[in-house]
Write a protein that binds this ligand. Sequence first.
Ligand SMILES: [Zn+2]
Length: 68
Amino acid sequence: MERVPTCPICRKPAAPRPGNLSAPFCSERCRRIDLGKWLGEEYRLSVPAEEAEAARPPSEPDEDRADG
Ligand SMILES: [Zn+2]
């Protein structure tokens, strides 16, 4: 049984070089997706949910509540 390399992006069979210039990806499209992942992680600042929550001011009790 011959091993067919699969595209790391879409898991479809990816033809090897030199027939497929986008190897190890199945197509130029998947190659760009993989490239975009790397660039995206470098340039995009994703704030984890926890930090976004911590950035919010803590909920304080109403001090100037006219009570009594
Ligand atoms: Zn693919």
